[in-house]
Design a protein around this ligand. Structure first.
Ligand SMILES: [Mn+2]
Length: 389
């Protein structure tokens, strides 16, 4: 059985308000070509298809159109897509029964009353077991091993077994999930690899954005990683994984196909260390005119970032193909005293306003009374919305 393993597309993502659709389209073009060239038995999308639970119509349409292109590129292809923590599990299943007619399996929720709904047989080739994102507390103990056992009972031909899940596995490399862009993986809820039992050959994981293989004895677990970077901290290369496996109990062979055809995410200074504003500005002026990229400027400030910083920085990129997305300010004083980390307990006890004040201080923004009352107002209206007012 040959599968292409991908995930964490985050369609509909906006990077500091800048739309990523162009980058997603280029990635999907590259993936369609890979599917056409490789002719896999299955395409596995391991969650976080969309960036938000209620993605824009354009992103949903892009997803639907891409599915058609994959099916056309490799007739007979089976597509299995699970929901990640960014997706809405129930929305993910709206067209589940209809899509099944096209061999597209959309699995968004865990159904313990019908375990067979998580098992997909690819006749004469192998088995796919797909479980969406689940909190440990929602996942009954032993549910996943019960699925692999049920496959084992039907797998007389000893065909390979691929398991799909969306979670943080203990020991995974979280590079790229730094909190700087307000985008975290959260290592708190990490799942031990033992949770998945022993009945699979390849575990196709989503959630962690850096591609990596986690060796687990005779079995192989892998994050395919993001096919396009979601944050400026994802400074690794981006690809999908092509996995070939012949028999149950044999180690799968893994190759990568590059997909980062979109605009690169570049941080200046290139070493990531913040520079004084005027120096950083000079780097922007010197940045090549003809590189289509998204930029982050890391600036070291003594006090606060001047209010005109963004407009001056934008002016420095005028006439260039790059787009300046954000200025990340680090305070000299904060640097000297070192960042004070918040414990999980402190975070739980803090009010949203407290967390916002900390965030503002980290960004070098002064928390004025006006800013505080605007924030309180925003929180209040959110609460009203939740209460259905
Ligand atoms: Mn993700």
């Amino acid at each position: 059985m040959k599968v292409i393993h991908t995930g964490d597309w985050h369609l509909g993502h906006q990077l500091y308000g800048f739309d990523r659709e162009r980058d997603h389209r280029r990635m999907l073009d590259a993936l369609v070509e890979t599917v056409a060239a490789e002719r896999p038995d299955a395409l596995l999308i391991a969650g976080d298809i969309f960036h938000t639970p209620n993605p824009p119509a354009s992103a949903q349409r892009l997803f639907a159109e891409s599915l058609v292109r994959f099916l056309d590129a490799a007739p007979g292809l089976v597509i299995v897509a699970i929901a990640g923590n960014h997706d809405s599990g129930s929305r993910h299943e709206i067209f589940r029964s209809l899509m099944l007619r096209q061999n597209v399996h959309l699995i968004g929720t865990t159904d313990t009353s019908d375990p067979s709904s998580h098992i997909i047989e690819i006749e004469g080739k192998g088995w796919i077991i797909a479980v969406p994102f689940t909190h440990r507390r929602n996942l009954p103990e032993g549910f996943i091993p019960s699925l692999t056992e049920s496959v084992a009972a039907r797998n007389a031909a000893s065909l390979p077994v691929v398991l799909m899940a969306h979670t943080t596995v203990t020991g995974a490399d979280l590079t790229g999930h730094e909190d700087r862009d307000g985008f975290t993986a959260g290592g708190i809820d990490a799942t031990g690899i033992d949770t998945f039992g022993e009945g699979y050959d390849y575990l196709a994981l989503g959630h962690i954005h850096k591609p990596q293989t986690i060796e687990n004895g005779q079995r192989t677990a892998r994050y395919s990683g993001t096919p396009v970077p979601v944050s400026f901290d994802e400074t690794f290369s981006h690809s999908v994984s092509i996995v070939s496996t012949e028999r149950h109990g044999e180690k799968p062979a893994i190759r990568c196909a590059q997909t980062d055809a979109g605009r690169p995410l570049i941080t200046l200074p290139a070493d990531g260390k913040p520079a004084p504003f005027e120096d950083a500005l000079a780097m922007l002026r010197d940045y090549p005119d003809d590189i289509e990229s998204l930029l982050r400027l890391n600036v070291l400030v003594d006090g606060f970032l001047p209010p005109e910083a963004m407009s001056r920085a934008r002016a420095a990129t005028e006439g260039k193909l790059c787009t300046l997305c954000t200025i990340s300010a680090e305070r000299v004083s904060a640097k000297e005293s070192g960042p004070k980390e918040m414990s999980v307990q402190e975070f739980r006890e803090a009010s949203p306003t407290d967390v916002f004040a900390r965030y503002a201080a980290d960004c070098g923004v002064e928390m004025t009374d006006e800013l505080r009352s605007m924030f309180d107002e925003a929180i209040e209206s959110l609460n009203d919305e939740e209460d259905g007012k």
